[in-house]
Write a protein that binds this ligand. Structure first.
Ligand code: FAD
Length: 222
């Protein structure tokens, strides 16, 4: 494997090798990164007192790492720091209606990452990552805000996971029915899923005459 291969593809490991529908699996970073970058939502799975817990949260990617954050008091973050986690990101793209119940499906893009979560402790690095978090939520917003206080920084934990082991899985296209079922008079097809944002609703406590910043909706991700 060349250096370029190492960077552009994740290795296929015992736990990341797709057993079911392996033709839908992708290990190239371009596919994985595009899915991570297409949404801010993720689920982080970890063990809490030996039992599985999966916590939905907000993620953002910086280069070869995925980050998430929260209250320093959060059990999910305290138990994940330094521990093995599984982080998943899912985008549902369509409802796939087949000619039989068995072949109903969904079109989707998803990523599963495995590894040990690392806590970012250096205050400067933490601030930089939190800036990226705010920018992932609303590009251009960080510079508009009151600066973060030391107390707020202390009250916040940032965790990272290297994009080093994992997989993407992607389903696209129409239903795949049993050959004889294509002769049945049943409508089949895909209903695409759309994601988007509505008109911004101002905080009733906004100061008078404060307008939403220009381009507020630009670059927002569901
Ligand atoms: C929105 C959505 C809806 C789905 N609905 C269904 C459903 O109703 N029924 C169903 O059986 N499956 C569904 N799937 C697919 C499901 O995620 C699993 O891929 C599938 O159930 C096979 O599981 P497994 O444990 O046998 O996979 P295996 O192939 O045994 O998993 C081995 C490895 O493959 C990789 N892998 C597996 N699944 C995924 C994935 N989704 N994304 C990224 N990497 C993956 C992981 O690295 C995993 O450790 C859905 C997926 C999405 C995103």
């Amino acid at each position: 494997m060349t250096q370029t291969d190492t960077l552009s593809r994740l290795p296929v490991t015992g736990r990341s090798r797709l057993r079911r529908n392996h033709n839908r699996g992708h290990f190239d970073r371009a596919t994985i990164d595009a899915i991570l970058d297409a949404t801010v939502q993720c689920h982080v799975g970890y063990l809490l007192d030996g039992r599985p817990m999966v916590t939905p949260t907000f993620q953002w990617r910086e280069g070869d790492h995925v980050y998430w954050h929260g209250s320093s008091a959060s059990r999910a973050l305290r138990r994940s720091a330094g521990a093995e986690v599984c982080l998943t990101v899912t985008l549902m793209d369509g409802v796939v209606l087949a000619r039989s119940a068995f072949h109903h499906s969904v079109n989707y893009r998803s990523v599963m990452l495995f590894g040990r979560a690392v806590q970012v402790t250096d205050p400067e690095a933490k601030t930089r990552h939190l800036q990226r978090f705010v920018e992932a939520m609303s590009p251009g917003r960080w510079d508009l805000l009151r600066p973060m206080t030391d107390q707020e920084l202390k009250a916040t934990t940032v965790l990272s996971l290297p994009i080093a082991e994992g997989s993407a899985k992607v389903r696209t296209g129409p239903p795949v029915d049993d050959e004889e079922d294509y002769a049945l008079p049943i409508w089949a097809g895909v209903v695409p899923v759309t994601r988007g944002f509505g008109a911004p609703v101002p905080d009733p406590r906004n100061l008078p005459d404060i307008e939403p910043p220009a381009g507020l909706l630009d670059g927002l991700k569901v």
